[in-house]
Ligand binder design. Structure first.
Ligand code: AMP
Length: 587
C-alpha cells in the first residue's frame, strides 16, 4: 500500500485487545495509517521488522500497539525497551504509549534520558517498569548499575535508527543489543537505510520483514510548501511580515545553531511576539517548561535547532519556517513533518539565500514535490490587514468597553477646546498606537543596495579608513541578512575587540566592509576568518585596494589604538585566547 492511498483495513481487523481499541478510539484514530496497516499484523506474529518510515506517519502506534498487547502486567519487570536518539523523542514516545495504554491499569511506561536526575528514574525502574523508553547513554548507565534488568525483555525497538547513527550512538546501540536476551523481537524504524544500519539489522535481527513507506509522507501531502529567496529585506523583517500576514497558530522556526535560537527568539520578543528558544544545551527541565508553555499558548513561536526539535509532536504548529535552510533533503522532510500533524493542514516556508538554491532543487527532486516561490506580503496587504484589525478592535471596545466615564471627560474637552470629535478620536488613536507607526511602508528592493554607514555618517564610502585602521572584506552582505549589529557582535565576541575599536561598516549586496585596527595578529585574523555572521563564515580578507588601505605595511604595534585593541595583556585579548581554547577543546 502506498502512503498516499487511504487504508482499507480498520483497527478492528487486528486482534488488538478491547482496551487498546477503546483507547485509540478515544484518541480519534479512525483508520490505521499505511505503516500501521502493514506493520501491525507482522509484529503480532512476533516477527522482527524493519520499518522505513518518517516521523508523522504513525510509526509509534505501529510498533506500540502490538507491543502493548504482549505486556504481561501481572509481572513486574521490563518487557520492552525502546531506544530513541533524543530526550524529546523518548518523552514523546513514552507519552504516546501511555495514551495507548490508558485503559490498561497497572501498566508502567518510563522514559529515561540524560539530563534528568537519576532519583526519579531509579524509583520508576524499581517499581518494575514494563516499558522503558530511553536515550542510549542513559540506558547503558542503568544497565551497568543494575537498575535496568533486561532478562525478561521480549521486545527491543530502535526508533529513528539513522538519527542515532548520525548522532554517534551506533556503538552504544550495539552494546545495548548485546545485553538483550537472544530470544526477543527486534523492531527497527529508520527514515533512511544507511549501510551501517543495514549491517546492524543483519547482525541483530532474525529474518526481518521489511515495510517501506514512500518518502512522500501523508503529512507532507497536507503541507503547503513555499520558499522565499532572501533579497531586499533581511530575514528578520521578512519573518515579521510573514508572521503578521499569515493565519497561524504556533510556528516552529528552524535555525542552524544553538546561539541563533537565542538571538532570534530575543529579536522576536523585542517585536512583542511570544517567542522562545529551544536548543540542546538548555537543561532538560527548562526545555520541558518551554514545550509546556507552547502547548498552553503562552509561547507561539518556537525557535529551535534540528536536534532540539526532534520528537516534538505538537498539533498547534500551523507553520514550520526554515529560517536557515537544512543541510539535506532528509532533514527538510523531518523538519516540515512537525506541521500538518494528525491530518491537519500545515505550512512550510523556507528562506533560501541565493547560494542555497541548489539545496531547494535537491529537496524538490527527492520529495518529488514542488516548493512554490512566494512573494513577501506587500505593504499594501499588511496595511489593509492592520486597518481592518484596528477598526475591529475599536468596534469591540465601543461594544464591550465601559466608556461612560470617558465620554463625560471627552465631551468636556471638546467644548473647552472647541475640538472636532473626529480629530480628538484620531489623537487618542495615535496615543494608543505609541511610537510604532500603524502603517508600514512598501518594501523597496534596490537593484544595488545603498551603502549603510554604521554611525549615520553620510560621507562617501570610498573614503579611506581612519588613521590606524585597515579595511577588511566579509563574505556576508544584504543577501545573507547581515546587519551592522551582527558584524559588530560576531567580531567583538570572537576577537575580544571592543565595539569602540570597530570602525566604519558598509553592507553591500553580497559582502560587507569593516574597518578594524591595524596590526591584527595573525592568530586573530585566522580566527576571524572562520567566525560566522548570519550562519555564514565571514571569510575575512584584507581589502587590497590601496586607496582604502593607505598604510598596509604598517602592521605592528605602532599607535595607541592598535596597542589597546590587540594588547596581549588586555582583558579583551585574554577573552580571545579563552575563546580559542574553547574552540580547540571542542574539536
Ligand atoms: P508518529 O509518526 O508516531 O509520531 O505519529 C504522528 C501523529 O499521528 C501523532 O500525533 C499520532 O497521534 C497521530 N496518529 C498516529 N496514528 C494515527 C491514526 N491511525 N489516525 C490518526 N492519527 C494518528
Amino acid at each position: 500500500m502506498s502512503e498516499e492511498s487511504p487504508s482499507s483495513v480498520s483497527f478492528s481487523d487486528f486482534s488488538l485487545n478491547d482496551r487498546l481499541l477503546e483507547a485509540i478510539e478515544g484518541l480519534g484514530f479512525e483508520t490505521p495509517t499505511p505503516i500501521q496497516a502493514q506493520a501491525i499484523p507482522f509484529l503480532q506474529q512476533g516477527r522482527d521488522l524493519i520499518g522505513q518510515a518518517q516521523t508523522g506517519t504513525g510509526k509509534t502506534a505501529a510498533f506500540g500497539l502490538p507491543l502493548l498487547g504482549q505486556i504481561d502486567t501481572s509481572r513486574r519487570n521490563t518487557q520492552a525497551l525502546i531506544l530513541a536518539p533524543t530526550r524529546e523523542l523518548a518523552i514523546q514516545v513514552a507519552r504516546a504509549l501511555k495514551q495507548f495504554a490508558a485503559k490498561m491499569p497497572g501498566l508502567l511506561v518510563t522514559p529515561i534520558y540524560g539530563g534528568q536526575e537519576y532519583g526519579t528514574q531509579l524509583k520508576a525502574l524499581r517499581k518494575g517498569s514494563h516499558i522503558v523508553v530511553g536515550t542510549p547513554g542513559r540506558v547503558m548507565d542503568h544497565i551497568r548499575r543494575g537498575s535496568l534488568k533486561l532478562d525478561g525483555l521480549k521486545t527491543m525497538v530502535l526508533d529513528e535508527a539513522d538519527e542515532m547513527l548520525s548522532m554517534g550512538f551506533v556503538e552504544d546501540i550495539e552494546w545495548v543489543l548485546g545485553h538483550c536476551p537472544d530470544e526477543r523481537q527486534t523492531i527497527l524504524f529508520s527514515a533512511t537505510m544507511p549501510s551501517r544500519i543495514r549491517s546492524i539489522a543483519k547482525k541483530y535481527m532474525q529474518d526481518p520483514q521489511q515495510v517501506i513507506i514512500e518518502k512522500r509522507t501523508s503529512a507532507a501531502t497536507t503541507i503547503r510548501q513555499r520558499h522565499w529567496v532572501v533579497a531586499g529585506l533581511n530575514k528578520l523583517d521578512a519573518l515579521s511580515r510573514i508572521l503578521e500576514a499569515e493565519t497561524l497558530d504556533a510556528v516552529l522556526i528552524f535555525v542552524r545553531t544553538k546561539a541563533s535560537t537565542v538571538v532570534l527568539a530575543e529579536q522576536l520578543a523585542e517585536r512583542h511576539l511570544k517567542a522562545a528558544a529551544l536548543h540542546g544545551d538548555m537543561p532538560q527541565s527548562m526545555r520541558e517548561h518551554t514545550v509546556k508553555r507552547l502547548e498552553r499558548g503562552q509561547v507561539d513561536l518556537l525557535v529551535a535547532t534540528d536536534v532540539a526539535a526532534r520528537g516534538l509532536d505538537i498539533e498547534r504548529f500551523s507553520h514550520v519556517v526554515n529560517y536557515d535552510m537544512p543541510g539535506d533533503p532528509e532533514a527538510y522532510v523531518h523538519r516540515i513533518g512537525r506541521t500538518g500533524r494528525a491530518g491537519r493542514v500545515g505550512n512550510a516556508i523556507s528562506f533560501v539565500v541565493p547560494r542555497e538554491r541548489y539545496l531547494l532543487r535537491g529537496i524538490e527532486r527527492i520529495t518529488k514535490q514542488p516548493i512554490e516561490a512566494m512573494k513577501l506580503p506587500s505593504a499594501d496587504q499588511l496595511n489593509r490587514k492592520r486597518i481592518t484589525d484596528f477598526k475591529q478592535s475599536i468596534n469591540q471596545i465601543v461594544t464591550e468597553g465601559e466608556l461612560d466615564p470617558f465620554i463625560g471627560i471627552l465631551r468636556e474637552l471638546c467644548e473647552e477646546e472647541s475640538l472636532d470629535p473626529l480629530e480628538m478620536a484620531a489623537a487618542l488613536a495615535q496615543k494608543a498606537q505609541g511610537k510604532v507607526p500603524l502603517l508600514v511602508r512598501d518594501i523597496v528592493v534596490p537593484t544595488r543596495k545603498p551603502d549603510r554607514p554604521r554611525s549615520g555618517s553620510a560621507r562617501p564610502q570610498r573614503v579611506r579608513p581612519e588613521q590606524g585602521m585597515a579595511r577588511y572584506r566579509l563574505a556576508v552582505g544584504l543577501d545573507q541578512g547581515a546587519m551592522p549589529s551582527h558584524i559588530v557582535g560576531a567580531i567583538a565576541n570572537s576577537s575580544g575587540l571592543q565595539g569602540r575599536h570597530i570602525g566604519r561598516i558598509t553592507i553591500n549586496q553580497d559582502h560587507s566592509l569593516v574597518d578594524l585596527p591595524e596590526g591584527m595578529p595573525n592568530e586573530i585574523f585566522q580566527l576571524l576568518k572562520k567566525i560566522r555572521v548570519c550562519q555564514i563564515p565571514m571569510d575575512l580578507s584584507l581589502v587590497s585596494d590601496k586607496s582604502t588601505t593607505p598604510d598596509r605595511k604598517s602592521f605592528g604595534p605602532k599607535n595607541h589604538a592598535k596597542r589597546t585593541a590587540f594588547d596581549p595583556k588586555s582583558r579583551s585579548h585574554q577573552k580571545t585566547r579563552n575563546h580559542k581554547r574553547r574552540v580547540a577543546g571542542k574539536r
